[in-house]
Design a protein around this ligand. Structure first.
Ligand SMILES: C[S@@+](CC[C@H](N)C(=O)[O-])C[C@H]1O[C@@H](n2cnc3c(N)ncnc32)[C@H](O)[C@@H]1O
Length: 500
């Protein structure tokens, strides 16, 4: 029997309020109850591929804070336990789940989650509400409503002796128990082994901390901490990352004066680590080639004390507006946005940047804690990512000046998008050497690359690799060919072999 979890209202609310300030939704019908908001959000995730957090923000807009928190808990709970919900439903349903209307199945899951995982909601309320929602949101006829009622009442009668999973393999069991797709569980087992995989999957279904990074150009950490505490927000300095506060009970962060007036940015610790690895210096010229919505560009610009230039690119024009709005809010004038495909060469940028950050598009499997629906993305659609990542890295490395720094990062944990990419890069670009670096969340120095894990570092799952481009001898004839891209062994022999 699974442990019956108490709803964690408080963490759920934090999760709800984590919504990126730049994510916008279109006008939609506001729900009249927490369960309706949750149901509509689940429909939007499955039918439109929407992110649950902004969908919820839209549907729960007219609800009280308490009901909005319940809607968040229900939506997150179903997404985190969908496979287990289906396992129970399959046991009590007379119809194969594949044959059940998808929206009806969402409503059944919503009820099962309340009945099995939450202990403050009476089973009868969960059943009746789902039947009512089947009528109001799915126009269920008498037969369908009877089916929903029948399945859920049968489950309610067996609530204290529910069936147990009986799986042939660990991958199958973990996949079911933690509701992660089997392909992902298998890859994790291969990469991390049994114990670490279990801890990782568990962490993926746990609430994530909300980290605010203080904009030290505008305020000191203590000042912001006092300001937030005075507003009744639970706030503590981050255990190891400088100028960061871990907060809860914030409500909508965008509405806080500290946020609106640019004293803080919401940024997970992991995301900050690629900037620590990049180590931008005052006066540098930095290229952030996949920059939107801009979190890392902002931190780079702040670390450069608003000097030098950060060229922040994205392939989508509308996303550049988000970077511009964020820079304005934070008072950063050294950010310049450019619409640019990072895999297409800009000759005038060749060798012109002190630092280049490739925070590439990725499968996002490291941020399942914050976006639980990511796990349900179609694996086939993710297979093209390594090709895109290689093309971006292969091109962007050409912009690094000799002696300059190149950082590659992703918010995923899949080896094919991380280690395999940087190993390929190191082999095919001998001008670039993996470099030792230190970051606040790791006690030891990092040798070339690091994978951050939610259950170990209490950050998003993240990967960072750092390279330095070697320089040539002044009198070397090969110097004219210092593109860094596809440099051959001949050129490598001509390198100083040491970083400037
Ligand atoms: C992981 S996100 C970057 C997050 C960003 N660095 C931050 O910290 O806010 C990847 C970004 O790359 C952009 N992107 C995807 N393909 C790209 C390409 N070929 N060239 C440039 N940007 C691209 C996406 O639009 C997305 O905004």
């Amino acid at each position: 029997m699974l442990r019956r979890w108490r709803p964690r209202w408080y963490s759920c609310f934090v999760w709800c309020s984590f919504i990126s300030p730049t994510e916008e939704g279109t006008a939609v019908t506001e729900a009249r109850s927490a369960r309706e908001a949750a149901a509509r959000a689940l429909f939007a995730v499955r039918e439109e591929g929407a992110w649950s957090a902004p969908a919820l923000r839209r549907y729960a807009a007219g609800l009280s804070a308490r009901d909005a928190a319940l809607a968040t808990a229900l939506t997150g709970g179903v997404l985190q336990n969908r496979a287990m919900c289906d396992f129970y439903l399959a046991h009590f349903s007379s119809i194969r789940l594949k044959k059940v209307q998808p929206r009806i199945l969402d409503l059944l899951r919503l009820a099962v989650y309340q009945m099995v995982w939450l202990d403050r909601i009476p089973n009868a309320a969960a059943v009746n509400e789902s039947v009512a929602l089947a009528r109001s949101l799915c126009h269920a006829d008498k037969r369908t409503a009877g089916y929903v009622n029948g399945v859920l009442r049968a489950l309610a009668r067996s609530i204290d002796h529910l069936p147990q999973p009986d799986c042939a393999t660990k991958a199958e069991y973990y996949s079911l128990r933690y509701s992660h797709p089997q392909w992902l569980t298998e890859l994790y087992l291969e990469q991390f082994g049994l114990k670490q995989t279990r801890l990782l999957l568990e962490a993926d279904n746990a609430p994530a901390p909300t980290v605010l990074r203080v904009n030290t150009l505008r305020a000191q950490m203590q000042q912001v901490q006092d300001e937030l505490a005075a507003q009744g927000i639970r706030v503590t300095p981050h255990a190891c990352i400088p100028n960061c506060l871990t907060v809860s009970g914030t409500g909508n962060i965008e509405k806080l004066s500290a946020f609106a007036q640019g004293r803080v940015t919401v940024q997970d610790g992991a995301s900050q680590m690629s900037v620590y690895a990049l180590d931008p210096q005052s006066g540098n010229r930095v290229l952030d080639c996949c920059a939107a919505p801009g979190g890392k560009s902002f931190f780079i610009a702040e670390r450069m004390k608003n000097t030098g230039t950060v060229v922040s690119c994205d392939v989508y024009g509308h996303k550049l507006e988000k970077i511009q709005a964020g820079a304005e809010r934070l008072g950063l004038t050294n950010i310049q946005t450019e619409l640019q495909d990072a895999s297409e060469f800009r000759p005038e940028w060749e060798g012109k940047f002190d630092r280049v950050l490739c925070d590439v598009p990725c499968s996002g499997m490291g941020i399942i804690r914050k976006k639980p629906e990511i796990r349900y993305k179609d694996e086939k659609e993710l297979r093209g990512l390594p090709g895109i990542q290689r093309a971006i890295l292969d091109n962007a490395c050409r912009y690094v000046r000799p002696g300059g720094i190149l950082v590659y990062s992703t918010c995923t944990l899949l080896r094919r998008e991380n280690e395999e990419i940087v190993d390929w890069f190191a082999q095919t670009h001998p001008m670039f050497q993996k470099t030792l670096f230190s970051i606040p969340v790791c006690e030891q120095n990092v040798e070339g690359s690091v994978t951050l894990l939610p259950h170990i570092h209490d950050t998003d799952g993240f990967f960072v690799a750092k390279f330095r481009k070697m320089a040539y001898y002044e009198d070397d004839p090969a110097r004219g060919n210092e593109t860094g891209g596809n440099t051959g062994t001949e050129n490598r022999r001509a390198c100083i072999g040491e970083c400037l």
